[in-house]
Design a binder for this molecule. Structure first.
Ligand code: GTP
Ligand code: SPV
Ligand code: MN
Length: 610
């Protein structure tokens, strides 16, 4: 390896596996700024991956597990455990284009700050160059990126989460050289001889996006959506801005294939906020006899119109970055089977004494002794959680036993229904069907949910999270709503129907009114039958709800009166909700489309409050 002080960036690039001008000039520019000791191009070959893994084990960042096979464990710095929304910026030229929900800074000003932070930030470290593609390499318009990072943990995660390597570099060259520039540094340069820590990071964090340049710069964090730049930063924030310009959709949605006993197939996309059940629904094992569910994606969907006017969805990712706590043999056996197939990178879960992993909810019985995510002894008597609430399993999607065969189809699958949903104790019923696209967009724009551990900050506070995209819209939220309406007005569009669900409503005693998980298949059945025109509904102020007896409760050990409570549209609760929605729109300001304000008025009338 060439040392930059003695050689030059030119020397470092001498072994570059590409002659592509854009790729070379990008890497050269970032190397000159960040001054790494060495540059390593990620090829995607297993040998290189193993070498990097072995280095991380030797450094103490990774622990090799005895099981599942080929699996490793990392504990992060306790201050680097989730996305940092207050440190996330959209740097559009015009502040109005970032809108009221994003932090904004003028691009030139932010570039000035970043130049200072990244100056020499990779000193003493290797700069890895990861060519990747979100979605399929053979897509009609393949969506390329190159992430440079000084975190080998990020490299190993990206190798699971995206299609990466030399093959992608070739494809970038063949397609004209364009890619999204993704720059990442943990912000912890090493002085000569200075010993490294297991999880380098920096208390100063900046997760910044330049939608007009299609570029991402991330500083200071090594964790999840802050650092794996193909995921939230590219596939949602930058892609949503591109999709707005080009007439398609980049959404925080799972993709599911549902087949009825008669063999009728429905493709369903569902937008729930972070840690609100996407991975679980994507891998649902239906309890309703004869119904089959298969998985296509668990976090992100890109949807484009097909020739037939339908919206076709692809999952741009290649792996799962799933919430560990609550994922167990009874709640999500499919995810457990995927994990057991091996090749996992776990972060911030607990370690068992025999070299495996555990987290709250994995098994009903708690192990007698564990090492918790902070490295402390843990027993069932401990008052702290063994695994961090946002601890994750990073697992190849090809491990998922219910993976639908269409998953490698570059054109995706035609979506029949879109579900919106959040985590609400009250107000939002188990399921309603919106009356048309505009009404559906209105319900999505007012989506609300309790905050979770997926982002730093207070947990359990109800906030609006439009289309589950609040932290991920790369432009003005009002313009985003208008984009949804424009999609609906596209000539010849054969639109999916839109439903709203809530698995999380609670009784006065705080217990869940609906069993959730596998039993959500009963709701999916009603939705599929609504699409087929074979299930009855009754009108309510907020949409169509299952008619008496239309929701299949066969074999479910639950008091029908409790299900009625789960389904109830309560006028008192909705009066409060309506006022909250009005305040929400007022806060969002004049970019909110008039058509959605009209929906508020109509709801007011239907509630008898006009
Ligand atoms: P991100 O990866 O952060 O986007 O999360 P996600 O939306 O994929 O959420 P996930 O499926 O991982 O679920 C998050 C938490 O919600 C887990 O602890 C689950 O156990 C819990 N959960 C999921 N589905 C249900 C349900 O139907 N009912 C209840 N009560 N809890 C659920
Ligand atoms: C989310 O928070 O929605 C996630 C996890 O899927 S992260 O990749 O950290 O964004
Ligand atoms: Mn997510």
């Amino acid at each position: 390896m060439t040392v930059l002080d003695n050689g030059s960036v030119e020397d470092l690039l001498a072994s570059a596996p590409t002659a592509g001008e854009h790729a070379l000039s990008f890497v050269k520019r970032i190397a000159a700024l960040t001054k790494p000791d060495a540059i390593e191009w990620i090829t995607g070959e297993p040998g290189q991956r193993q070498e990097i893994t072995d280095r991380l084990v030797a450094a103490g960042t990774l622990t090799k597990l005895t099981h599942p096979k080929d699996s490793y464990y990392a504990a992060s710095d306790p201050d680097d455990v989730a996305r940092v929304e207050d440190r996330t910026f959209i740097c559009s030229q015009d502040e109005a284009d970032a809108g009221p929900l994003n932090n904004w800074m003028a691009p030139e000003e932010m570039k000035g700050i970043l130049d200072g932070l990244f100056e020499g930030s990779m000193a003493g470290r290797t700069m890895y160059v990861i060519p990747f593609v979100m979605g399929h390499i053979d897509a009609k318009t393949p969506m390329f990126g190159i992430e440079v990072t000084d975190s080998p943990y990020v490299v190993l995660s990206m190798l699971i989460m995206a299609r990466c390597g030399t093959q992608v570099l070739r494809a970038i060259e063949d397609n004209g050289g364009d890619f999204v520039e993704c720059v990442h540094s943990v912000g912890a340069p090493l002085a000569p001889g200075q010993e490294d820590v297991a999880w380098p990071c920096n208390p100063t964090k900046y997760i910044t996006h330049f939608p007009e340049d299609r570029a991402i710069w991330s500083f200071g964090s090594g964790y999840g959506g802050n650092a794996l730049l193909g995921k939230k930063c590219y596939a949602l924030r930058i892609a949503s801005a591109i999709a707005h310009d080009e007439g398609w959709m980049a959404e925080h949605m799972l993709i599911l294939k549902l087949t009825s006993p008669e063999g009728v197939v429905k493709y369903i996309a569902a937008a729930f906020p972070s840690a609100c059940g996407k991975t679980n629904l994507a891998m649902i094992e239906p309890t309703v006899p004869g119904w089959k569910a298969e998985t296509l994606g668990d976090d992100i969907a890109w949807m484009r119109f097909g020739e037939d006017g339908r919206l076709y969805a692809v999952n741009p990712e290649f792996g799962l970055f799933g919430v560990a706590p609550g994922t167990g043999y009874s709640s999500n056996p499919t995810a457990m089977a995927a994990i057991e197939a091996g090749g996992n990178l776990f972060t911030n879960v607990a370690l068992t004494d025999d070299g495996g992993v555990w987290w709250e909810g994995m098994t009903d019985e708690k192990p007698a002794h564990l090492t918790d995510w902070r490295g402390n002894d843990w027993t069932p008597e401990s008052e702290t959680k063994a695994a961090h609430p946002n601890s994750r399993f990073c697992t190849p999607i090809s491990n998922v036993p219910t993976l639908a065969p269409e998953w490698q189809n570059p054109d995706g699958v035609p979506i029949d229904a879109i579900l919106f949903g959040g985590r609400r104790n009250t107000t939002m019923p188990l399921v309603t069907e919106t009356t048309d696209w505009t009404h559906g967009v209105f319900m999505g724009s007012a989506l609300s949910s309790e905050t979770t551990a997926a982002a730093a900050g207070k947990v359990g506070v109800v906030r609006r999270d439009p289309m589950a995209m609040r932290p991920f819209i790369g432009y003005n939220v009002g313009d985003y709503f208008q984009h949804w309406l424009d999609i609906g007005n596209t000539e010849g569009a054969q639109l999916p129907r839109i439903f709203y669900v809530n698995w999380f409503r609670r009784d006065e005693d705080n217990s869940f009114l609906w069993p959730g998980f596998s039993e959500n298949s009963r709701v999916l059945k009603w939705i599929a039958q609504r699409l087929e025109g074979t299930a009855d509904a009754v009108e309510t102020a907020i949409g169509n709800a299952p008619a008496e007896g239309a929701l299949d409760l066969d074999g479910l050990d639950i008091d029908p009166a409790v299900v009625d409570k789960a389904l109830d549209v309560d006028p008192g609760e909705w009066k409060t909700e309506l006022e909250a929605i009005e305040q929400w729109y007022d806060m969002l300001g004049d970019h909110v489309p008039a058509a959605l304000r009209e929906e508020v008025g109509q709801l007011r009338e239907r509630l008898g409050l006009a």
